[in-house]
Design a protein around this ligand. Structure first.
Ligand code: 3HC
Ligand code: NAI
Length: 704
């Protein structure tokens, strides 16, 4: 018998146990093991029923995603095993705990019965990987749950609770008892009943579950909200086939479409994203068994835009939060906003009124720093000003108990300087949340020069617990994301000075799949906020000696065009709709004349994309070179989760590989010739040049 699949007899019932940690993924050894186990059952007439279950924390979490890139990957063989399970002439029961996802649910659906513990969840999340279920899931799920439910589950990739799965007809019974004893008891019952075996594949999809126009409406939704993900349109095709065609024909179609998806660049990008997010949690050189500091109570300083949102993350996870403000009015406003946000969630049905009250009861507002004495972690989110933050940090160093972690939410300031101000730099790091902090998944965790390893590890773990995707960044201006954004915004503005219009720049960038071009993005975030960052950056000597550098955003601020909130910025707004504004074009023309920048009649979308994104990739390479980010995948994780970079492009570094690093490097050199390079804007990073010379891709990282 195999190491990962074992068969054991309990009386007349055979127990097939899958044990392939961490998540029992269906790699080749598991498929082979199942094949052997099924043959053993077939050959043993004394076995009256079979229970399939998994060891460890979960049932099977699906195909082994790492195998997709290897010759070992196949779905035909797995589908055959599933057919063999379904064809057995004795009842087979899948016993589910944890999550039955993708191939795991497909395995369960090939069994004759499914039982689950109440905490279990089931789903077909393949779409999140740019795929569709490839082991008959698109054909079995509609036959069990109906077309509408199956379509919804596959298009969203959402896992449903065991209770919902019972209602949907996917799970037959919830187990009151423990998993294995409960499943054994169920198996004995069905063996005794001797009912005909309820196989799924010969059934027809219940016509009552196919509302009029179901598939047409689903296709219209895709047209309305186009996505580069190759899965959804093919999932619709497969579910339609499940309704219209016999099982075998549906499976044939599914196999063909699955293959198309798997071979697509978009699915490869989404698989990259899956592993990159998980890899980002691992910190090179840090022992895995480091003892973490307990975090049971959190403090937040500053109840402004960020402070309130930051507090909500912890309140929602059930941790008490103390929020300290300088002024009563600001405190009241901040706490009021937290309540308003929770109430808005409740109005949308995302939480109950009692949950709102429970979260609010965990929040304590105060003007007294001494109230932070009991906190295990304190995050400061006061004004972005070094002097103010240094004073706050010094205070925190005094009032926080020994062992408490002190974090700063600064976007640009030197975390090492703030750490020194506390007098206890080992306890300090940056926790750079993104706005709105209660919604955005990204958390840049800024590792200071003196940050203690267990402080870093504790915060990485805590980030996961509050549902964030953490990425470690070293200390530098703007960390990973905003530092790269700077070159993108620089070129945006030069393009405007050369004669491109805001809508042209935005349209070109959006054509790549980014949800919002740079001009709309700044209008939304606040022209004043963006301009102040440039001014501050210049004051601290961080910018080149170029008066044209991001001159547009500063001029717009001076004119009171602060963006959408004032009805005008890069665009003018009518009912929040952005409209091109002749005044802005005129302003750009004036600035261009002042700085001697030549106005060009036509600028292509291709140039806009290259000029905005290739310098950004170049900066990413520099960030790797300097050790600010550990891996290209970390940078991709930042851009997908913090800046809306399309996940099906895999992030900027993965996308650079798609374009070709040599091409990116060459075009940077071309623009240096074309636009001039007095300020070094087009200097290639040494890493990028080396990669181009040696034919390396970011996916080859780490380079020897
Ligand atoms: N294949 C390979 N590795 C997987 C995996 C999979 N399907 N699912 C999880 N892992 C790995 C992770 O990479 C991670 O590895 P690491 O510890 O080395 O970083 C480890 O298992 C634990 O994963 P998580 O950190 O994500 O653990 P959580 O407890 O937070 O979540 C989970 C567990 C809910 C199972 C989550 O891992 C998950 O959603 N997994 C993917 C499920 C999925 O997409 N399944 C469909 C696969 S495609 C398929 O089945 C095709 C079929 O139709 C033919
Ligand atoms: P904000 O101006 O909305 O809020 C700051 C709050 O801090 C104010 O309510 C103020 O009264 C309070 N405060 C000032 N000094 C204080 C003190 N000594 N003690 C207690 N409270 C004090 O600012 P915002 O936007 O929330 O930014 C806070 C921090 O978060 C800044 O460092 C900023 O760079 C960072 N950040 C902001 C983002 C954004 O999009 N707004 C995104 C990511 C980080």
């Amino acid at each position: 018998m195999s190491d990962v699949v074992t068969l054991e007899r309990r009386g007349e019932t055979a127990l097939i146990r899958i044990d392939n940690p961490p998540v029992n993924a269906l790699e080749r050894a598991v498929r082979d093991g199942l094949r052997v186990a099924v043959a053993q059952v077939r050959d043993d007439p004394d076995i009256r029923a079979v229970v399939v279950y998994a060891a460890g924390r979960t049932f099977v979490a699906g195909a082994d995603i790492a195998e997709f890139e290897t010759p070992d990957f196949e779905t035909d063989g797995f589908r055959e095993v599933l057919d063999q399970i379904e064809a057995l002439d004795r009842p087979v029961i899948a016993a589910i705990h944890g999550t039955a996802l993708g191939g795991g649910l497909e395995l369960a659906m090939a069994c004759h019965y499914r039982v689950a513990v109440p905490t279990a969840r089931v789903g077909l999340p393949e779409v999140t990987l740019g795929l569709l279920p490839g082991a008959a899931g698109t054909q079995r799920l509609p036959r069990l749950a109906g077309a509408e439910k199956a379509l919804d589950m596959m298009l969203t990739g959402r896992a449903i609770s065991a209770r919902e799965a019972v209602q949907a007809g996917i799970v037959d019974e919830l187990l009151e008892d423990e998993l294995v004893p409960g499943a054994l008891a169920f198996a004995e019952q069905v063996a005794q009943r001797n009912d005909p075996l309820p196989r799924t594949s010969p059934r027809a999809v219940d016509p009552a579950t196919v509302p009029d126009q179901l598939f047409q409406r689903a296709r219209e939704q895709l047209v309305k909200r186009p996505t580069g993900n190759p899965g959804p349109s093919r999932i619709i095709q497969c579910v339609e086939a499940a309704v219209q065609l016999p099982f075998e024909q549906g499976v044939e179609l599914e196999a063909r479409l699955f293959q198309e998806c798997r071979e697509s660049r978009e699915s490869a990008a989404l698989r990259h994203r899956f592993f990159a997010e998980r890899e980002a949690r691992k910190i090179p050189g840090l022992p895995r068994d480091l003892e973490l500091r307990p975090v049971k109570r959190v403090g937040v300083v500053g109840a402004g835009t960020m402070g309130g949102g930051i507090a909500m993350n912890f309140l929602s996870a059930g941790l008490p939060v103390v929020i300290v403000e300088a002024e009563q009015a600001a405190l009241d406003r901040g706490i009021g906003l937290v309540r308003k946000n929770y109430e808005a969630s409740a109005a949308k049905g995302r939480m109950s009124a009692s949950q709102v009250d429970a979260c609010m009861a965990l929040l304590h507002g105060t003007l007294d720093y001494a109230d932070l004495a009991d906190c295990d972690l304190v995050i400061e989110a006061v004004f972005e000003n070094m002097q103010i933050k240094e004073t706050v940090c010094q205070r925190l160093g005094e009032v926080c108990k020994p062992g408490a972690i002190i974090a700063s939410n600064t976007s640009t300031l030197d975390v090492n300087r703030l750490a020194r101000a506390t007098g206890r730099p080992n306890d300090v790091l940056g926790m750079h949340f993104f706005s709105p902090a209660n919604v955005m998944r990204l958390l840049e965790v800024v590792r200071g020069g003196d940050t203690a390893p267990e402080v870093l590890a504790t915060v990485m773990q805590l980030a996961g617990a509050i549902g964030k995707v953490p990425v470690v960044s070293g200390v530098c201006y703007g960390f990973i994301g905003n530092r790269m954004l700077e070159s993108y915004l620089r070129e945006t503005e030069f393009l405007l000075l050369e004669g491109a219009t805001p809508s042209q720049v935005d349209r070109a960038i959006q054509s790549l799949g980014l949800p919002m071009g740079p001009c709309r993005m700044i209008d939304l975030a606040g022209v004043d906020v963006a301009a102040k960052v440039v001014i501050e950056h210049r004051a601290t000597g961080g910018l080149p000696d170029d008066p044209a550098y991001r001159a547009v955003v500063q001029a717009l601020m001076e004119q009171g065009r602060h963006g959408q909130k004032t009805g005008a910025g890069y665009y003018r707004y009518e009912d929040r709709k952005p409209l091109e504004d002749a005044e802005v074009l005129e302003l750009c023309g004036q600035l261009a004349r002042r700085f001697g920048i030549e106005h060009r009649r036509s600028i292509s979308d291709e140039e806009i994309i290259e000029r905005c994104l290739y310098p950004l990739i170049n900066e990413g390479a520099r960030i790797l070179e300097e050790g600010i980010a550990y891996r290209p995948g970390d940078i991709d994780t930042v851009w997908i989760n913090g800046y809306g970079f399309p996940d099906y492009l895999g992030g900027p570094m993965f996308w650079a590989d798609t374009v070709g690093v040599q091409e990116v490097c060459q075009r940077l050199a071309d623009y240096a010739d074309l636009r001039g390079n007095d300020h070094g804007y087009w200097d290639r990073s040494a890493l990028l040049e080396r990669m181009a010379a040696q034919g390396l891709a970011f996916s080859d990282w780490p380079f020897s």
